[in-house]
Design a protein around this ligand. Structure first.
Ligand code: IMP
Ligand code: MG
Length: 170
């Protein structure tokens, strides 16, 4: 359950996303960036981030999952694959949160086999305490303690994605 206490506010998130967007825009100046939004958790992050970029982007969606409740099952499956061919493209994956790293480690391996020119990861949240698989987060929003968070796109069994601020689920 949640108690209404704000853990990370929408204002903090907006300010951090502006900084991330500035870095990303600088790094991809003159390139044709393909952003891959990882559904469902990153949909709000993606919508806010791309509107702060000052470079043109293509946007694709992908859905991968390994979670039930608050624990990873350890098994990653693709629920929705890309429509676009990513061969020779500059790819930026947008993820809501890297927790154990299992999902992103597996996804990066899958996408690297498709021959992109470059592949980087932007994650809004990262929980270093729980990492099990090595994942390099190129653009990170917030490092957080070992808490299960909801809101701003993040869910507990499908609930709370619509909350504007991030709260802790207990
Ligand atoms: P990982 O494979 O353990 O890194 O898990 C990554 C995925 O688990 C994220 O994309 C989220 O969907 C989900 N997840 C992990 N931690 C949280 C959390 O604190 N709140 C909501 N979802 C989470
Ligand atoms: Mg997710």
């Amino acid at each position: 359950m949640i108690n209404g206490d704000v853990f990370i506010s929408k204002e903090q998130i907006a300010a951090r996303i502006e900084e991330m967007a500035r870095d990303i825009s600088e790094d991809y100046q003159g390139k044709e960036l393909l952003v891959i939004c990882i559904l469902k958790g990153a949909f709000i992050f993606c919508a806010d981030l791309v509107r702060k970029l000052n470079i043109p982007v293509d946007i694709e969606f992908m859905s991968v999952g390994s979670y039930e409740g608050t624990e990873s099952t350890g098994e990653v499956k693709i629920n929705l694959d890309l429509k676009a061919d990513i061969k020779n493209r500059d790819i930026l994956i947008l993820e809501d949160i890297v927790d154990t790293g299992i999902t992103m480690n597996a996804l990066l391996n899958i996408l690297e086999k498709r021959g992109p020119k470059s592949i980087k990861l932007a994650s809004l949240f990262f929980k270093p305490a729980r990492i099990r698989k090595c994942v390099n987060v190129d653009y990170l929003g917030f490092e957080i303690e070992d808490k299960f968070i909801v809101g701003y796109g993040l869910d507990y069994n499908g609930a709370y994605r619509e909350l504007p601020d991030v709260q802790v689920f207990k």
